[in-house]
Design a protein around this ligand. Structure first.
Ligand SMILES: *Cc1c(COP(=O)(O)O)cnc(C)c1O
Length: 430
């Protein structure tokens, strides 16, 4: 191995492009072709009819998902962002209600709340799992709190039992965003299935995908029915369907197509083996990286599994004596792609800093008693902020297929940078 770091003019370790992650095979192609041959690419009808619930592939996919996740009801939608909007509509929140959410997530987890003119309140995360911290949830509960939107970030379940207990004591609903954690266990149950409503993304980047799509799971028939209505023009059919509770019943077209569902049926069969492969890769990463100084490898909770959408790490920069940015640049200079530098502090996005979601007069915050006082300033989530600003790095496992020889190159990059930390100190001081 050439020991001269690429960032200091040496040869880079990785000179080829890794193969992009691709789980689509001949089964999916055949399934999609069968739908194309049938000519029926969507069978949904936006009026009260048997086809209100979609065509044969939609229904078969929903049934197979319900079996896999061991839940009573599944509603598939055209994205998980749509799924989050359905879930919040289903629990019946009122404008101005507060929903507690993590800042360490993809922005849609919080904007789904704004969609119903409700108010996101950000609670800090736990430093070992990166998931929302139940103690911080409790501190943020007010009279206006209606729900908790917990995220199972990077592939590991949040502390759902404590969250459900909190919800019980304060009479709150819980939604889980398990977009990055399908097929992951929390004490023998699938992440996403323990809360009132949960679900998964079928976007191209996720473990299994249909291009775009989302999966809602619940054991509550009332929620299922409301989500089916929101998916398909609720206001137009509530009367014929005989639905009397029509609050928060603005419908959408969130319908997922027949081709996507036919592909999804094939993808679901692969989910367990795809997760298993990620766990094997993670094991090799942990075996090697845990021996390097100043780096914490992922912490997996007892009786839980991890699906490693991202392989999360924390750098102890005081032990290393080097800034995170310098280490990341050195790894990237070796040709390593997929290093995540910090992650998300969505409370600091302009939409929250300016408190304007609709129009330009501060809606919905200024139009509800007390909600204009909600604090989104830097400092409200110190753990998430410190990790984002200084010490978190991740490896985006969702990016590439990683056969063992590619994985070895990834490990070599870390090894090489860590063997030459002293030479990095010069750059750090520039
Ligand atoms: C991907 C993702 C979403 C959004 O899902 P889409 O299907 O892309 O709309 C929401 N939350 C999290 C945590 C995600 O990773």
């Amino acid at each position: 191995m050439n020991n001269n770091l690429a960032i200091l003019g040496g040869d880079k370790l990785i000179t080829k492009d890794f193969k992009p992650y691709n789980s689509i095979g001949s089964e999916e192609i055949k399934a999609a072709k069968r739908v194309l041959d049938s000519g029926v690419l969507s069978k949904f009808l936006g009026c009260w009819d048997d086809d209100f619930f979609g065509g044969p592939n939609v229904r078969e996919f929903e049934e197979k998902l319900a079996n896999y996740f061991n839940v009573k009801h599944v509603v598939v939608v055209n994205s998980w962002t749509s799924g989050l909007i359905c879930a919040l509509g289903a629990i019946g929140i009122e404008p101005g209600d507060e929903v507690i959410v993590t800042p360490w997530t993809m922005c849609a987890s919080a904007t789904a709340i704004l969609h119903w003119n409700a108010i996101p309140v950000f609670a800090d995360i736990d430093r070992s799992t990166f998931n929302i911290d139940p103690d911080c949830i409790e501190k943020n509960i007010t009279k206006k709190t209606k729900a908790i939107l917990a995220v199972d970030i990077f592939g590991q379940s949040c502390d759902i039992d404590r969250i459900m207990n909190l919800a019980k004591s304060y009479n709150l609903k819980v939604i889980t965003d398990s977009a990055q954690s399908p097929g992951v266990y929390n004490r023998g149950r699938y992440a996403g299935t323990i809360s009132d409503i949960g679900g998964y993304s079928l976007n191209y980047h996720k473990h299994i995908h249909t291009g775009e799509g989302g999966i809602l799971v619940t054991n509550n028939y009332k929620y299922c029915e409301r989500m089916q209505l929101i998916r398909n023009h609720a206001e137009a059919v509530v009367e014929e369907k005989g639905v009397t509770d029509i609050s928060n019943m603005i419908g959408h077209n969130f319908r997922l197509g027949e081709i996507e569902c036919a592909i999804g049926i094939q993808q679901l069969k692969k989910l367990d083996s795809l997760i298993y492969r990620r766990q094997e890769i993670a094991k090799q990463l942990t075996d090697k990286l845990s021996k390097l100084k100043g780096i914490s490898t992922p912490y997996v909770l007892d009786n839980c599994t991890h699906a490693y959408y991202i392989y999360p790490m924390i750098l102890d920069t005081s032990v290393l004596g080097i800034k995170r940015e310098t280490i990341v640049k050195a790894l990237q200079a070796e040709g390593l792609k997929g290093i995540v530098n910090g992650f998300a502090n969505i409370h600091l996005l302009p939409i929250y800093q300016n408190k304007i979601a609709y129009g330009n007069k501060g809606f919905p915050w200024k139009f509800n008693a007390n909600t204009s006082e909600i604090d989104y300033n830097k400092g409200i989530c110190p753990v998430a902020e410190e990790l984002h600003d200084y010490s978190f790095i991740g490896y985006e496992m969702c990016l590439h297929e990683l056969p063992d020889n590619d994985l070895k190159m990834v490990l070599d990059c870390f090894q090489k940078v860590w063997s030459n930390l002293d030479s990095l100190k010069e750059i750090d001081n520039l």
